[in-house]
Design a protein around this ligand. Structure first.
Ligand SMILES: Cc1cc2nc3c(=O)[nH]c(=O)nc-3n(C[C@H](O)[C@H](O)[C@H](O)COP(=O)(O)OP(=O)(O)OC[C@H]3O[C@@H](n4cnc5c(N)ncnc54)[C@H](O)[C@@H]3O)c2cc1C
Length: 446
């Protein structure tokens, strides 16, 4: 058994984070989705070649890749499809990894650094192909502003832009002076930054649902409201236990993100779940909305605990800010986010908040994702560290192709990335890392 009896009971009741898995959280995304796809819960035993645990971008990417290759694949998700981080994130489309190119060059050499940059561009192009699956293009809007909250960060940002243009030929990036940035973002908090024309923002729950629909159309069988309560080796593969049936499968993928709890301990050791919070305002007067962000771009800042924000199509400000460590979320999330929002936009200090929600993201020690196969036929992909909108569907696709026996560069590149574990094991990694993160977050204030 890979999961203890007590965690088994907890997962059956409410999901490992203690949240209600019977429906989406009360997010703006759930409210603006329309009808969710039908994906009936598993109601008996089944046999399949491949089984994916987790219906977020990673799991859906893998299921879609396998189904498109004519493989028999089932996916189990403990909530509705897209219930986890994939259906509740900021929707910000970042090009690249959580480490910059000089970081890769110094540790892995120039050739691998270049290959990783090309992979980041491939991942971004892959996202375009997924956005195109939805009639409304998942509300995609182009443009991402990086905003520096300290004046002495700006020179480094501009040097980075110059290096990416000259060394990597990436001319979608442009530097922003203090005046140029303030002409785009109506906040006194920022001193300059950069603009990435290949970045952008989208409705992430629409993206997850579009991927799920495409996977079903290609022949994948998706089971929402079906928690995996245990995973056991079987004679020719694995048994995936759920409350109302067992799936016997040749290969299994753990794509449970930050919601993973003791299913595959070898994977858990590489990630730390962190809670992050988002609020949307009531629809704003269009002129006020335009004064906050003038070119409809997404904005993400230089704080350790990043503030990120953008407009929705109906002129709400969708603002992400504030983190907590541990399983519990604040009782009043709107009150938790409001001071962060007011710090950036004092003019919105008393604005009505229509929706507020939290989600868990999985960070890894070096902030890079990993793909491991701890036992034959048992795969795990995780650790996107806050930039999974572009990378998770792409890496899910890569691992799906690899499970189908198709060699691919994307999978090999990620398999070869350094993938340290958090010190302290499953329990001690929490207090030590949380302390370190709180210290870093404190530095944002000075
Ligand atoms: C608040 C927030 C804001 C973010 N903002 C951004 C952003 O703006 N841009 C960006 O690039 N990234 C962002 N991220 C990160 C991004 O959302 C993730 O990296 C990405 O969604 C990870 O996808 P995933 O499929 O690996 O995990 P998830 O989407 O979390 O999927 C895992 C799924 O597994 C399911 N599951 C867990 N355990 C079980 C089980 N035992 N049985 C069955 N199912 C199970 C869960 O219900 C969940 O749906 C944000 C994350 C959060 C939480």
């Amino acid at each position: 058994m890979f999961v203890s009896r007590s965690s088994e009971r907890a997962i059956e009741r409410a999901g490992p984070s203690g949240e209600d898995t019977s429906r989406f959280p009360g997010s703006y995304y759930a409210a603006s989705l329309g009808a969710a796809i039908a994906a009936p819960a598993l109601g008996g035993d089944a046999i399949t070649d491949f089984c994916v645990i987790g219906g977020g971008f990673t799991g859906l990417g893998a299921a879609l890749a396998l189904a498109r290759r004519g493989r028999s694949v089932r996916l189990v998700e403990m909530g509705p499809i897209g219930w986890g981080a994939s259906g509740r994130n900021g929707g910000q489309v970042h090009v690249g990894w959580q480490q910059d190119q000089p970081w890769f060059e110094q540790r892995l050499g120039t050739d691998r650094a270049r290959a990783l940059w090309q992979a980041a561009l491939d991942a971004r192009a892959h996202l375009d192909s997924l956005i195109a699956l939805a009639d409304d293009a998942c509300d995609y809007r182009a443009g991402l502003i990086h905003a520096d909250h300290k004046a002495d960060h700006v020179a480094a940002t501009h040097a980075h832009v110059a290096m990416m243009r000259e060394t990597y030929g990436y001319d979608s990036l442009t530097p922003l002076s203090r005046d140029a940035l303030r002409a785009m973002v109506g906040s006194p908090d920022y001193h300059g930054g950069s603009f990435d024309a290949r970045g952008g923002h989208l409705h992430p729950l629409k993206l997850a649902q579009a991927m799920a629909r495409a996977a079903q159309d290609a022949g994948a069988v998706l089971h929402a409201h079906t928690p995996c309560t245990g995973l056991e080796p079987a004679r020719d593969g694995w048994r995936v236990k759920t409350p109302h049936g067992t799936i016997t499968t040749g290969q299994v993928l753990d794509a449970t993100g930050a919601y993973a709890r003791a299913l595959v301990p070898q994977s858990d050791a590489h990630v730390l779940p962190i809670n992050n919070y988002i609020a949307t305002t009531a629809p704003l007067d269009p002129a006020l909305a335009t004064s906050l962000i003038r070119n409809d771009a997404a904005v993400s800042d230089s704080r350790f605990v990043v503030y990120y924000f953008r407009m929705t199509p109906d002129h709400r400000l969708l603002f992400g800010g504030g983190e907590s460590y541990g399983y519990r979320m604040p009782r009043d999330i709107a009150a938790f986010v409001r001071p962060h929002l007011a710090r950036i936009f004092p003019q919105l200090a008393d604005v009505p908040i229509s929706h507020a929600w939290g989600g868990s993201l999985a960070i890894s020690p070096n902030r890079l994702p990993f793909a491991i196969e701890p036992r034959p036929g048992l795969h795990a992909v995780n650790g996107f560290s806050g930039v999974g909108v572009v990378l998770a569907p792409w890496l899910g696709d890569a691992v799906g192709r690899a499970m189908a026996g198709e060699a691919n560069n994307a999978y090999d590149l990620v398999r070869r990335l350094p993938s340290p574990r958090f010190p302290g094991g499953p329990w001690l990694r929490w207090p030590t890392q949380a302390l370190a993160m709180r210290f870093m977050a404190l530095r944002d204030r000075f």
